[in-house]
Ligand binder design. Sequence first.
Ligand code: GLU
Length: 269
Amino acid sequence: MKNRLLAVASLCLMLLFLGACGEKVADRDISQTSKESNSITWGVKNDTRLFGMMDVKTKEVKGFDIDIARGITEKILGPDASAIFVEVTSKTRIPLLKNGNIDAIIATMTITEERKQQVNFSDVYFDAGQSLLVKKDSGIKGIEDLGAGTTVLAVKGSTSVDNIKKAAPETTVLEWENYAECFIALQSGQGDAMTTDNAILLGMASQNPEYQLAGGAFTQEPYGIAINKGQDNFLKEVNEALAEMHQDGTYDRIFDKWFPETEDGRVKD
Ligand code: GLU
């Protein structure tokens, strides 16, 4: 009898232990774990000027997404909390979120119905639209010039790939791992144009005066912060923090810092 009781007790302990081990990192309540660690881990771009760009000198990532993430972290956890940044690309961001490597994605990510099947999104925090970047003497004025025989460069895992295939079905689309690679490919003549959001292209054109945006935006790309499904408390905290940042002027200050020439929340192109 005693032995049987012991066996049952150790079986229970084993199941408890397995249960605890079996809990995926992504399943933990981020609104609790962030308070325990006094930090939020954000997936951000490291190669996208104006949004998330690694400053090689200071080893700090800088941009609009970074400052918004810092602002939200401070609103949720207080001024002493840490915003931790982990590099993502358009292709790796959802897998990294689902695996629990990051608590949220703030990385030029468009809210789409397709992505909503996999993750939840915060309220819109930035409005972009897809456009083209070309060499000033390329002769390409807009998507109407992207017919058969032209090549467009885009980044894997971005909405830009599907959008350009729909908008310019005759053009050849070459896909790259990230924006740094994609722009180098454009510079080395591997395509006639590069396509992604106007705000991202603007960051590239501002540093490379021989390139310009061509045509206006041909899609709408509302950016949201992606959070794992089931993290409703954390999602609510993020939306409340964003609303507070709009109310107290923090959002406008950050916006003006990165986009000083625009006044209505849209990036001019
Ligand atoms: N906003 C678009 C997207 O979410 C393009 C920018 C990006 O690749 O992150 O796919």
